[in-house]
Design a binder for this molecule. Structure first.
Ligand code: DAH
Length: 341
């Protein structure tokens, strides 16, 4: 009996200490210590022993049970430590590995320029307005002193959306002048950037959709000197303090007097070169004193109030700012081009 116990101890402890995983270990525990386990079976045979042998065998049996239990506990601890190590190894993140960078884009060069211009005007106390691209002919033309029959209203130049020519894609941002005067309390200082549409063929300087920024000031005692001073200051902020501007007389139906503003060519300093087509100057915008008919049409008392306005092409401004030679590059959205800004 003693020998059987000792054999059981040897065989079971060795099996337990070599159990490959926790399932196998549990199976061994049941095999040796379970209700129908081998140790239990042996103990049931104690009854067959002589009276005087029992205490010693009993003691040995208890010792064997304790050792088997110890072996199980120590194997269990070893197995769980090994599992932890395996998990740590499998789930390790090598923080020194180069990551996969998500490609994030950046602002389109034209919007870089738009943001700069907005900042300049906001700094001067202007507010930024937004308005509809699908516009009424009334706002795009009539209320801007451009009556029926005016050449600018030709179907060949304008995307009309209705047979009766009452709705169109705005050809300029100038309708925002009227929308501002009709909806805002005076005085008004506003700029309104946005898309405009004309039936133009695509080439290096034309596109059927392009962007303009409209600007307008209405207040008491506003003169042409305010127009010139403000626009000159804006150009110096945008293009540098040494920028030279000039104003030429022009005609627009909704301003009187009207002018165009040029900036001296940055390439040749005014002597004339291919960039300025030999002119020495580059045309930047149209402007003028808001026509009394336009003011009165919006219910503004021209005895008290006057105003000036301007409209400029945003693509052209960006092309000058970043020395871009072809308008199409701005719309094609080729990342090889866009990434350069
Ligand atoms: N809307 C004109 C155009 O598209 C530009 C313009 C000229 C806007 C004079 C104005 C202005 O506000 O006063 O050619």
């Amino acid at each position: 009996m003693k020998q059987m116990l000792q054999e059981l101890r040897e065989v079971s402890v060795s099996a337990i200490l070599n159990a490959p995983d926790s399932d196998a270990l549990e199976a061994l525990r049941i095999q040796y210590l379970g209700k129908k386990g081998e140790l239990t079976k042996l103990l049931k045979q104690m009854g067959r022993l002589a009276e005087e042998e029992r205490p010693a065998v009993g003691q040995l049996a208890n010792q064997v049970r304790a050792e088997v239990e110890d072996a199980i506990a120590s194997r269990r601890a070893a197995l769980s430590e090994r599992m932890l190590q395996a998990r740590l190894a499998a789930e390790t993140v090598d923080v020194t590995m180069p990551g996969t960078r998500a490609a994030i884009g950046h602002e389109h060069p034209m919007y870089v320029v738009l943001d700069e211009i907005k900042d300049i005007f906001i700094g001067m106390g202007f507010e930024i307005l937004d308005g509809p691209e699908v516009e009424q002919s009334d706002y795009n033309f009539t209320k801007l002193n451009t009556d029926e029959g005016h050449p600018a209203r030709e179907w060949s130049d304008t995307f009309y959306l209705t047979e009766d020519s009452s709705i169109l894609l705005r050809t300029q941002t100038s309708p925002m002048q009227v929308r501002a005067m009709e909806s805002k309390p005076l005085p008004i200082r506003m700029v309104a950037p946005g898309r405009v549409y004309r039936k133009d063929e695509v080439d290096a300087t034309h596109s059927p959709m392009f962007h303009q920024i409209e600007g307008m000031v209405i207040d008491k005692g506003v003169t042409m000197a305010d127009l010139k001073g403000t626009l000159d200051a804006v150009m110096k902020k945008l293009y540098g303090e040494d920028t030279v501007t000039r104003f030429r007389p022009h005609h627009f139906p909704f301003t009187e007097p009207s002018c165009e503003m040029d900036v001296q060519c940055h390439k040749c300093g005014g002597r004339g070169c291919p960039t300025c087509k030999g002119e020495g100057w580059i045309e930047i915008l149209g402007a003028g004193m808001v026509h009394p008919k336009v003011l009165e049409g919006c219910g503004i008392d021209t005895e008290v109030y006057s105003g000036w306005a301007f409209g400029m092409g945003l693509e052209r401004l960006a092309m000058r700012r970043f020395r871009i030679s072809d308008l199409r590059l701005i719309f094609e959205n080729d990342v090889r081009f866009l990434e350069q800004f």
